[in-house]
Design a protein around this ligand. Sequence first.
Ligand code: ZZB
Length: 258
Amino acid sequence: QEYMIIKMELVSPFPDKFKALEGKKVFLAAATLRPETMYGQTNAWVLPDGKYGAFEITETEVFVLTHRAALNLAYQNHSRVPQEPTCLLELTGHDLIGLLLRSPLALTEVIFVLPMLSILMNKGTGVVTSVPSDAPDDYMALKHLKKKPEFRAKYGVKDEWVMPFDIVPIIEVPEFGNKCAETVCLQMKIESPNERVKLADAKDITYLKGFSQGIIIVGEFKGRKVQEAKPLIRRKLLETGQAIVYSEPERPVMSRSG
Ligand code: ZZB
């Protein structure tokens, strides 16, 4: 599986826990298969109890991701020391919740890191960028956070990290509109982020519709088909240094682990 890692930059001044990294460029490294949806990012997701680390990628750049992903990256020529991940800071998802980020192409200028309980730690980087317009999982998780003050309280999520952020329409799909994930979740009567089986189907449908029939309605490639825009946006992100390619060597196991 070939992902792109989107470099979501930690906004300075850094919080206390990250003070040792001040002066470096620190990125939450989000693995995605949908670079053309980056305009619609509204937040980032991490697993609260997941183990993460801040790893040296170059002399000046640090990525926050799982140890497993850091090791994979080290074997793909993305580590300060060749083939060896060097961790500057051990972290958990709890340390990341509430961080303020600036993410490539996002129409929302700054976004927050929020908790998602369905994140798989053995897939991608363990960090996911959230596009509630076109990803059913993201749509349901954001809706849940907004609806449930007790869930926000449990994870120390402040209202202002969530409430001001609404779906940003970025892709128009015939018959599904410009909030494809919402349309599909409503049609399938999905009521909570825990309906994993239904959500997997919703994801497949949304992927298929968006890719085969979607038209980009914002940004530089406005008016183009998703199929045409995808490789152009991918190339742009790579050329500007806002993303890198990341290959997943083994098949991920479908279970959750810290
Ligand atoms: C942004 C995005 C926008 C995504 C979209 C999807 C969609 P797949 O096909 O199952 O491999 N993802 C990445 N890593 C993880 C993880 N560790 N745990 C949980 N989810 C993860 O799915 C790949 C997608 O799953 C990635 O692409 C990422 O979300 C998420 F509009 O990034 B995506 C219809 C889907 N739309």
